[in-house]
Every structure is written in C-alpha cells, then in structure tokens.
Design a protein around this ligand. Structure first.
Ligand code: NAG
Length: 354
C-alpha cells in the first residue's frame, strides 16, 4: 500500500481519498438525498433507499457531457431498466427550460451502478449532483426547477418555490422588478418553509426586493417569493469571488446548507474545490453602507475589512445573526482561512445607498 500511495501516478487518487475523508457520505435530508462525485468514485453500486416508495431523480453535470457520468446508471432491479445519469441531466421541458426528473413511480429496488473502472483517477471525473426526492413528498410541493447550465426562464410569475440546481458553484441573479419579498435557502424544494423539517436556515431574506446576485458555492438554491408578481431570474456557472457590494448577496463555504438537523460533517463536495479559506472582494460604483448578518460555527476568524480605511471586523465561534456594518465604502474584503465541515457559516450582506 505504501508503494501505491507514493507512486506518482496514484497521486490524484490519494488527493481524492484525502478530500473524500474530510467528510463522507451523501447528504440525507428528511425527504431527499443529495449525491456528489465522491459518493460514486471507487464504488460499484450506490443503493437508492430513498426510491423504495418511488422517487424523482434530478441530475446536473458540468461540463454537460462526460464519459465518466455516462457510465453511472440508474438500475431498476424489478424491470431491469437502465438510465444513465448523463441522460437524466439533459431532461428538460423545451418551452420553459424547467428540469425534468427521471421518475421512479412504483415501489422497487433501485441503485446507481458505476460501470467505470474502480481505479479511474479523479482527473478523469467531473462534478455531478444527483438530487433524489421522495416522490409523494415532491408531489405535495408547487415548484419549478432549473439547471444552471441551461436555465432560460421567461419573466413569469413564480411558482411556490423556484429551485436552481448545478453540479458545482454557480451564479443566480434576479432583476429588481415588481414589489416582492423572498427567502432563499441552500436546499432543494423539499426544505423551503420557515418551519422546514431539517431546520435549514435562510441564506438570504428580505421584505424589500431590490433584485439579487447570489454566487452559490454548492448545487442547490431555492427561493420562495411571497407575492405572485413577475420575476426575472437567470443562472449560469459564472461563480466568482468578485462581488457587487451594491447588490444583496451572501457568502458561504463550499457545500454549506445551513440545515441544523443534518450531520454538519456531510456536505456536497466539488472536485477541485476543497475546504480551505477564500477571499472575496466586494466593490461598488459609488459609496454604500453594507449590513452584514452572520451565522457561524467556526474556530478561525471570519474577517470583514473595509479597504478604504483598513478597519477590520472579525467574527468567530458560534454566532447567530451577528451584525457588522461597513459604512460609506466602495471596497470591502471578506476572508476566512478555514471552515472545514462540520464548521461553516453564512454571511449575508445588504447594501443601502449613502
Ligand atoms: C459547532 O461545531 C461543533 C463541531 O462540530 C459541534 O460540536 C457543535 O455542536 C456546534 N455547535 C452548534 C451550536 O452548532
């Protein structure tokens, strides 16, 4: 084993195992399960107990075509029917661009089979998100769901929940439109109510809708708008750590979902996006004041620094709705050096013109 672990050709596998061990296993919500590429790497079969009574399977991959994902197959043991995760990721309604699920409507035994070579190095893989929702529960929710890679939603009245799904970090934007208020969570459409079963906190919420720019470092975001007014929402994979300080937004580490009832060590993982620190630069044209509202459980400081006067604010430990205001500025940086699961945070920022 020592030889294998030090052989250069095995280095990618060693890195893979190292990251996989940071946190392991799919994210198990009460009504849904979320799988990432590490849940399939080196496995021959991943059973889908969530589908025992029927389920909806949504999948996203990035890039949109990949040989590794083509060999991940949803297998129905009763009928023998097979369907690839790649094919599922492409299923969508032409007229609306809404994602369509692969629906397993009868009780049965289902698995995802991995037909790839067990020793495939991680550089031969790509990011994937597989979101499996209990069928009966999904039928009780009024939702629309899109893929960050193909979303082309018209400026229409939102359903009860608007969910955007992607295989890796993504960008979701809404234009300021008719009056509204909304709450966004880093979950699928199964955990969006204020009293949601997994106690998932909000990534952002507001009573005055001025539009938003959300850089989402994970596979799911769901927005509940309170009014049935027209709203224009777009998404793509242009996640950046350059942000607009004059837009409502938030910062959270990779895969963070904020669900208090879940095992905080299990989060969605992306291939080349480890759990090390990150710096974010937030600029605006013209001075704004920004109010920061932070939930965290971290051992290292979260630092919010006003670059126009070098004033440094820090938050650490366990905090709920810690408030910091960066006043009359056009350049703020936010940085942290460590937030490895089970640690994590969400830092929401709200601008006001000065
Ligand atoms: C914070 O994280 C630690 C380490 O996982 C955990 O033991 C603790 O329960 C967490 N505290 C809260 C309030 O979530």
């Amino acid at each position: 084993l020592k030889g294998i672990l030090t052989h250069p050709s095995m280095f990618p596998l060693v890195c893979l195992l190292a990251l996989a061990h940071v946190t392991s296993g799919a994210v198990e919500f009460s009504h849904a399960t979320l799988y990432d590429i590490y849940d399939f790497a080196g496995e021959k079969e991943v059973p889908l107990p969530r589908c025992d009574n029927g389920c909806l399977i949504f999948a996203s991959i990035q890039p949109s075509q990949h040989p590794y994902i083509d060999q991940l197959i949803v297998h129905d043991y009763t009928t023998g029917k097979d369907m690839s995760i790649q094919a599922i990721s492409k299923m969508q309604q032409d007229s609306t661009s809404q994602k369509l699920p692969y629906e397993l409507s009868v009780k049965g035994r289902y698995s995802i089979l991995n037909l790839n070579d067990f020793l495939t190095p991680y550089i031969m893989m790509t990011d994937v998100a597989v979101y499996v929702v209990d069928r009966a529960y999904a039928q009780s929710v009024d939702y629309e769901i899109y893929d960050a890679g193909s979303m082309a939603r018209a400026n229409v009245v939102p359903k009860g929940v608007v969910t955007v799904m992607g295989a890796r970090q993504m960008f979701v934007k809404a234009d300021k439109g008719a009056a509204n208020s909304f709450t966004a969570r880093l979950t699928g459409f199964d955990n969006t109510a204020d009293n949601n079963v997994d106690e998932c906190t909000y990534a952002y919420k507001t009573q005055t809708f001025e539009g938003f720019e959300f850089h989402v470092n994970g596979p799911l975001i769901s927005v509940v708008f309170d009014k049935k007014n027209l709203v224009a929402i777009q998404a793509n994979y242009n996640w950046q750590n350059f942000r607009d300080l004059s837009k409502a937004g938030f910062i959270a580490p990779p895969g963070y979902n904020g669900c208090a009832k879940l095992n905080p060590a299990k989060v969605f993982r992306q291939l080349d996006n480890g759990f090390y620190g990150e710096e974010f630069d937030l600029h605006s044209t013209g001075k704004v004041s920004a109010t920061w509202d932070i939930d965290c459980n971290v051992t290292q400081d979260l630092v919010i620094k006003d670059m126009t006067n070098s004033k440094r604010n820090t938050v650490t430990g366990v905090k709920k709705n810690a408030q910091i205001v960066t006043e009359n500025t056009d350049f703020v940086t936010f940085f942290y050096s460590e937030a490895t699961p089970p640690h994590g945070f969400v830092a929401r920022h709200t601008p006001s013109r000065v």
